[in-house]
Design a protein around this ligand. Structure first.
Ligand SMILES: Nc1ncnc2c1ncn2[C@@H]1O[C@H](COP(=O)(O)OP(=O)(O)OP(=O)(O)O)[C@@H](O)[C@H]1O
Length: 317
């Protein structure tokens, strides 16, 4: 387990609401995050991402299951590994009237980090010269990057960001994305939770997709995208009607869009051309359409709904 920055097995958490209802937020989560690079922790709203992160950081107790950070079981051994972990789970508090630099200097003093680190972390988060400006003049994106800079003061090996781009404009999102990518390239491990997939797809090396507090898929982005075993092929053909009939008979799903047919479900594009050629229908153009993380995510979480189960049954976990 030591080559994993994060590992959980059978992690569970049920909340009890004031009205006595039980909300199963995380139900048997097995999560593995390799050391080094950016790992996207993906799931629809309410799928248990924040709850899982809070358990890992020792902010709330798990009901059952095992967790480890860098191979050390937590929360039991959290004091040993906590210095290797930086996290932004909620917006940190900075002094509005102080400059970004001053805020970081105060924080560095408080946690015993050298003040020399402040200039470095401002550069690492592309705040550089803007460190001289007051915090209250910062855009949301800059405030968020200052929060990341603060977590970098103690040079953590693992950074955990819960929905770091929430509320940011496209420019702010791009800046955070570039910062995360740079951190991953330095060999740090970055866990970033999100329900915005396009964003994570561009920056993550590996991903885990969860739904209802359970792991649905995990691995390198390319493998997770390819792993659904389905591909779409776009083809141009003279007789669309006849081609649709042949392919549909063969169990494929076909839809027409303008001059093209989009065919789903073929194991191999060559299979499509062969079937059509057997009926003397010849393809003018055939383009495999790359699956993206978004479509894989939607496919995997199709049955998950938008919120976790709410149940009034009092069964023991
Ligand atoms: N303190 C709490 N008390 C009761 N229920 C809670 C509490 N915190 C979270 N929940 C519920 O637990 C489930 C999982 O929530 P969680 O915040 O972990 O999901 P999430 O994937 O982080 O979602 P989001 O993307 O919306 O932040 C949801 O149904 C949520 O309403």
């Amino acid at each position: 387990m030591t080559d994993l920055a994060i590992s959980t097995r059978g992690l569970r958490k049920t909340y009890r609401t004031r009205r006595g209802k039980r909300v199963v937020a995380v139900q048997g989560l097995d999560l593995d995050v390799p050391v080094g690079g950016v790992h996207g922790f993906l799931g629809p709203n309410g799928s248990g991402k924040t709850t899982s992160i809070r358990m890992l950081l020792g902010l709330i107790r798990a009901d059952a299951g095992a967790m480890a950070l860098f191979g050390r079981p937590v929360p039991e051994h959290l004091p040993e590994v906590v210095s290797r972990v930086g996290a932004i789970v909620e917006s940190p508090k900075f002094f509005p009237a102080f400059t970004g630099r001053k805020n970081l200097e105060l924080l560095a003093d408080a946690i015993g980090a050298p003040r020399g680190r402040v200039g470095e972390v401002l550069d690492e988060t592309s705040l550089g010269e803007r460190g001289k400006d007051r915090f209250k003049t910062y855009s949301l994106g800059m405030k968020q990057r200052l929060a990341i800079a603060a977590t970098l003061l103690k040079e953590p090996d693992l950074l955990i960001f819960d929905e770091p781009t929430n509320g940011l404009d496209p420019a702010g999102i791009r800046e955070i994305r570039e910062t995360m990518r740079a951190l991953g390239e330095q060999g740090r491990t970055v866990l970033v939770s999100s329900h915005i997939l396009a964003e994570v797809e561009q920056v993550a090396d590996t991903v885990s997709i969860i739904g209802h507090g359970r792991l649905l898929a995990s691995g390198p982005v390319a493998e997770v995208i390819g792993g659904t075993g389905k591909s779409t092929v776009k083809l141009a053909i003279g007789n669309q009607e006849a081609a649709t009939a042949v392919l549909t008979q063969g169990g494929l799903t076909v839809r027409a869009e303008g001059n093209y047919l989009f065919v789903d479900g073929a194991e191999d594009p060559a299979d499509i051309t062969r079937r059509l050629a057997q009926r003397e229908l010849y393809v003018a153009e055939l383009i495999p359409v790359r699956a993206d993380l978004e479509s894989v995510f939607l496919e995997l979480t199709a049955d998950e709904g938008l919120a976790a189960d709410e149940t009034t049954t009092g069964g023991k976990l």
